[in-house]
Design a protein around this ligand. Structure first.
Ligand SMILES: *Cc1c(COP(=O)(O)O)cnc(C)c1O
Length: 841
């Protein structure tokens, strides 16, 4: 490699950082004080909580940099195939605790702060979340990074270095308001900006066509606009310290070469304004989950990070293999997380054709050899299409390439199915039905060797629904990879008391081989173990109650059943169904005879609504309004409380999930692709009440249907209501309790000052056609909730079911998911001992 100091002695590189032993408080303390002085220029007397956070982060960072650099070097030496995960979102959460656990320094850190008389709990919450994602899709990317690093699968996660991540949600006057999240205000100790890895990104202009001296056609793009993508790296340490990977996020910067003319003409302010415009590209994450907004800036973000990543991947590839591009499929796997980076297919073609002069057919073969695509949703409003006019204006060369790909692809279809013009129209990369648009999912499918869904049901629905034509023509291309979660964050870190109990009972090792939790199975019938398990759940519930009273001024009772629905607010996720249950319960409690022998409940909600999503924001307002009534009324307040925890993010999830006893997974069957919240909650011993949807079906297969609460229409039955007709009013008329609850929503029972406030919700469930079949599932849901109450009264048996649930969640480790991608899609294998251990199973 091209080091300017090839003969530097190895000792100079490694000395000075003898590892801190895992029990050496004094050594750890010395590191903290050294950073306090040399990195912060502070004395202990003037150090703030934030200073202590920063120096702890720097001390931990020093340790993980060692493994990180070794890993990157080892992968380069081994010339091993690299996996590149392209994702517009990485919902990482905080890093201090997870990095401490990964490098084995958690205990010594706690002991050090205790020794200094400082509260580490207050220090770790100084860290702002890296909330560079909306919800499940971004969190999946974060879990996958953790698993790849832990398994020793070499790769890089590529994304955008947003200046403002997901907005901060506050509640004012009973409604959501959105505030900008300034996660970089105090600087980010985890990141390394690397200006030496900067790539130009271009937009607009025109394409010159001509012939070279040999008579071959060439295309030369003359862009009108240029900006720069600068790399910002973060280490992702694998658990146990065997290996580490990088996340490389691109920050937009102005390209001064371009503005020089303006500067020289004395138009200084205009040139600086152009700089502001360039940098606005990575300014903010779009806060829409599962919907396409169709904004130009979003289109530019997608191209910006796809192009920068592709240029970087080619740079890395050529460093080892020169211009032997045919080797790319053996050395490079690129996973597209949803269609957001689908433009990467056209970009790789452009780079190979125009910049590296590959023949077209070779370039196309290379593309199909390196790309694979994960679909995350079947909702039509989420499927990305961009107007051809937008491509013409911003990416004219890419549009030509997409047309060329389409021509080859459609010719292939015509050969396979002569005369079927309708098939050609359906499969084309261009939707010609109205304003001509590019179908990004078709581009991703055609340019990939594998396409995957994220749970069995979702994959089947893909094969029979939106991608049925592709499945027919290319059987075997669409495969399933059920999502998973990292047990390091979601059990070992978020629920330390349970983690300790598990380790004490069955030993270590489950953190990297989650199937080992099966050893807990016999303990489900051990009353001493049950008591310990239960008392941990109670302590976690008290912790949440304490947070509610201290931070939210809300009173909840730790002896009640903690019933939890935490996820983005969306009609398909049906928070409204949960609210209708709460109202029904309230109405029952208002009648004296129902107040005997009730099981007290605390219904916990958390979630953000997209700022422009009117019904979702109104749903939050309804939850808060119902809470206000229910929590005050003396007839209900002892038996029913509603808590809305604002600003749902990874840290909030880590607080709520260990306290949950009931996990609500109540989407309309066929709409939730997988879900991962369902997995986190079950892994922490919550029983699930849910529909047969997404990965909840597979959770039931693992834990046993007798250990969860299924209700409602199946995906097939929902489809039948679409086919055969559906009348919400008929259900309304038939169910007295439902009608009563709905009327209260309509008539202002929860909004006395503004009686029509919630009418749009009522209307969408009735005259609006009830798209998500809330009314159809209401009756069965209420009956199921009654079964939940009855089951909760049998405390010993409930705890037994909870333990069995935890013990059978091994399948949902992201490690298992990633090993499956590695085997079937990427053709790589892990090099850490954990990967070898799992692969033997
Ligand atoms: C896991 C997670 C999600 C996804 O939850 P679902 O219930 O699967 O929708 C969303 N947001 C955060 C912060 C998460 O941790």
């Amino acid at each position: 490699m091209d080091s300017p100091f090839p003969s530097v002695p190895q000792s100079l590189v490694t000395d000075g950082w003898d590892p801190v032993a895992q029990n050496d408080i004094d050594a750890f303390k010395r590191r903290l004080f050294s950073h306090l002085k040399h990195s912060r220029a502070k004395n202990p007397e003037t150090a703030t909580s934030n200073d202590w956070y920063q120096v702890t982060a720097l001390a931990v960072r020093d340790m993980l940099v060692e493994t990180w650099m070794d890993s990157v070097r080892a992968a380069a030496h081994a010339d091993s195939k690299q996996v590149y995960y392209l994702s517009l979102e990485f919902l990482m959460g905080r890093s201090l605790e997870s990095n401490l656990l990964a490098v084995g320094m958690w205990d010594v850190c706690l002991a050090t702060f205790a020794d200094m008389g400082l509260d580490f709990g207050g220090i770790k919450t100084e860290e702002p979340e890296a909330a560079l994602g909306n919800g499940g899709l971004g969190r999946l990317a974060a879990c996958f990074m953790d698993s790849m690093a832990t398994l020793g699968i070499a790769g890089v996660g590529y994304g955008i270095h947003y200046h403002h991540g997901m907005f901060r949600q506050e509640i004012r006057d009973g409604q959501q308001i959105e505030l900008p999240e300034n996660w970089l205000t105090h600087g980010n100790p985890w990141e390394f900006e690397r200006p030496e890895y900067t790539h130009p990104i271009r937009f607009g202009g025109w394409v010159e066509q001509g012939q070279d001296a040999l008579g071959r056609p060439f295309f030369r793009w003359h862009p009108a606009e240029e900006l720069m993508a600068v790399a910002v790296d973060m280490a992702v340490p694998g658990y146990g310290g065997f290996s580490a990977n990088s996340i490389r996020l691109w920050a937009a910067r102005a390209s001064h070469g371009f503005d020089l003319v303006q500067f020289n003409k004395g138009e200084y302010l205009d040139a600086v304004r152009a700089e502001v415009d360039s940098e606005s590209l990575s300014r903010v994450l779009y806060p829409n989950d599962s919907t396409q907004q169709g904004r130009i800036l979003r289109f530019k973000q997608e191209y910006f990070f796809s192009s920068a990543s592709l240029q970087d991947i080619l740079r890395r590839f050529r460093r080892e293999q020169d211009d032997d591009f045919d080797l790319m499929p053996q050395k490079v796997a690129i996973q597209l997380n949803d269609t957001h980076p689908a433009i990467a297919v056209a970009e790789l073609m452009r780079l190979l054709l125009d910049e590296h002069h590959c023949p077209w057919a070779d370039a196309w073969t290379i593309c199909k050899g390196v790309f694979s695509y994960t679909n995350h949703t079947l909702l039509p409003e989420a499927l990305e299409t961009w107007p051809v006019a937008v491509f013409e204006a911003l990416l004219p060369r890419h549009l030509q390439i997409i047309y060329d790909i389409n021509a080859v692809f459609l010719a292939e279809i015509r050969q396979l199915r002569p005369g079927d013009d309708d098939l050609v129209r359906r499969m084309s990369l261009i939707d010609e039905s109205g304003e001509r648009r590019v179908r990004m999912s078709h581009l991703a499918v055609v340019g990939s060797h594998h396409v995957n869904g994220v749970a069995n049901l979702h994959t089947e629905l893909m094969k029979n629904g939106i991608f049925a034509d592709f499945e027919q023509l290319y059987p075997g291309k669409i495969v399933n990879k059920t999502n998973g979660i990292t047990p390091r964050r979601w059990l070992n870190q978020a629920n330390r008391p349970l983690a300790r109990l598990i380790t004490h009972s069955i030993g270590d090792g489950w953190q990297t081989n989650l199937d080992r939790l099966r050893a807990l199975l016999p303990l489900a019938d051990d009353s001493a173990f049950r008591d310990e398990f239960l008392s941990i759940k109670q302590a976690n519930k008290r912790r949440l109650a304490l947070f509610a009273s201290r931070s939210l001024g809300a009173v909840i009772h730790p002896d009640s059943l903690f019933d939890v629905q935490i996820k983005r607010i969306h009609e398909y996720k049906r928070q409204i169904l949960n609210v209708l249950h709460v109202i029904t319960r309230y109405n029952r409690l208002c009648q004296r005879q129902f107040r005997q022998n009730v099981v007290p409940r605390t219904v916990v909600f958390a979630g953000k609504a997209a700022p422009g999503y009117v019904l979702a924001k109104l749903t939050i307002r309804l939850i808060l309004a119902v809470a206000d009534v229910v929590n005050r009324d003396p007839r209900s307040r002892d038996a029913l409380r509603v808590l809305f925890v604002p600003n749902y993010d990874v840290s909030t999830a880590e607080l709520i999930i260990p306290a949950a006893e009931l996990s609500q997974q109540i989407s309309t069957a066929g709409t939730e692709a997988s879900g991962t919240g369902n997995m986190k909650l079950a892994l922490n011993g919550a029983l699930t009440i849910g529909t047969r949807d997404g990965a909840t079906i597979e959770i039931a297969e693992e834990v046993g249907e007798e250990n969860l609460f299924f209700f409602g229409l199946s995906a097939d039955q929902v489809a039948a209501t679409v086919r055969d007709g559906y009348d919400p009013w008929a259900i309304y008329r038939d169910n007295h309790e439902l009608a009563e609850a709905l009327e209260m929503v309509r008539n202002g029972a929860f909004s006395p000052g503004e009686p029509d406030a919630f009418k749009p919700l009522f209307d969408s469930l009735t005259s609006g056609g009830d798209r998500y079949r809330v009314l159809a599932d209401y009756g069965d849901y209420i009956a199921c909730q009654d079964r939940v109450d009855a089951a909760y009264l049998q405390q010993g048996d409930w705890t037994r079911k909870a333990i069995l649930t935890v013990a059978r969640m091994g399948k949902f480790s992201a490690d298992a998911t990633i090993l499956d991608y590695a085997r079937e899609i990427w053709d790589v294998h892990g090099t850490s001992p954990y990967a070898l251990g799992e692969q033997r199973n």
